[in-house]
Ligand binder design. Structure first.
Ligand code: SF4
Length: 222
């Protein structure tokens, strides 16, 4: 990837982040501390898409930080990908919350919020053009594959995502962290299978576009 192309993508992503920072299309745009646009390599082969910012992400304005973020980094490292070589974002750029009478709690984004925010996610995919999309958690998977998608039954399979990008879904790191007892190793085994599938897909040769047909120039005139 040329430096000029990398710089072009960085500018487009920075412009997208500035637009999101001004966005108040949903009510959660007014309750967030910071918008969380996304971060990482603008030329990444892998784009990770989670559901939405949680409390720590909202405070720091960065996706996948805190314990879930640390686990994601270990998951990526296990398949040879440092975090800064991946592009990481969410289906919604503002923290979805629920007031329980005492404090704001995290909740999954609702379909209207995901629909409102979809334009920004699509723009990120268009700019980064990853070779693989990894959707983490049921809301992210459903945002690509429809409301009937079952993360427990349909994760680990390949689908066609936006711009014909190969897409696979797996469990969200926060879900893995919530597991207890024997469930922990069972879920980790499934996630490891999914990560290995991502690695194998990334290791496939990059298709080389067919050269444009060469037409014979009119060397001798009329
Ligand atoms: S969630 Fe997305 S669409 Fe809704 S206010 Fe935030 S940035 Fe705008």
């Amino acid at each position: 990837m040329s430096l000029a192309e990398r710089t072009r993508r960085e500018h487009l992503l920075a412009s997208g982040a500035a637009t999101v920072e001004r966005c108040r299309r949903c009510a959660i745009g007014g309750t967030r501390s910071h918008s969380v646009y996304g971060e990482g390599d603008p030329c990444a082969a892998l784009m990770v898409v989670g559901e939405g910012p949680g409390e720590t992400e909202d405070q720091l304005g960065r996706p996948f930080v805190g314990r879930a973020g640390e686990l994601l980094e270990r998951m990526l490292a296990a398949i040879g990908l440092p975090r800064d070589e991946v592009y990481i974002c969410n289906t919604v750029k503002c923290r979805p919350t629920l007031f329980d009478g005492v404090r704001l709690r995290n909740r999954a984004p609702d379909p209207d919020e995901m629909a409102n925010c979809r334009q920004y996610l699509d723009e990120q995919i268009e700019i980064v053009r990853p070779r693989v999309l990894l959707a983490l958690g049921a809301p992210a998977a459903k945002s690509f594959l429809g409301p009937g998608f079952s993360i427990t039954k349909q994760r680990g399979q390949w689908y066609v995502g936006p711009l014909e990008t190969p897409l696979i879904a797996s469990f969200h790191p926060a879900y893995i962290l919530r597991q207890t007892g024997g469930e922990v190793s069972a879920v980790k085994r499934l996630v490891w299978d999914d990560l290995k599938a991502v690695r194998a897909r990334l290791d496939e040769p990059v298709p080389v576009p067919a050269p444009a047909p060469v037409t014979q120039p009119d060397l001798f005139g009329g």
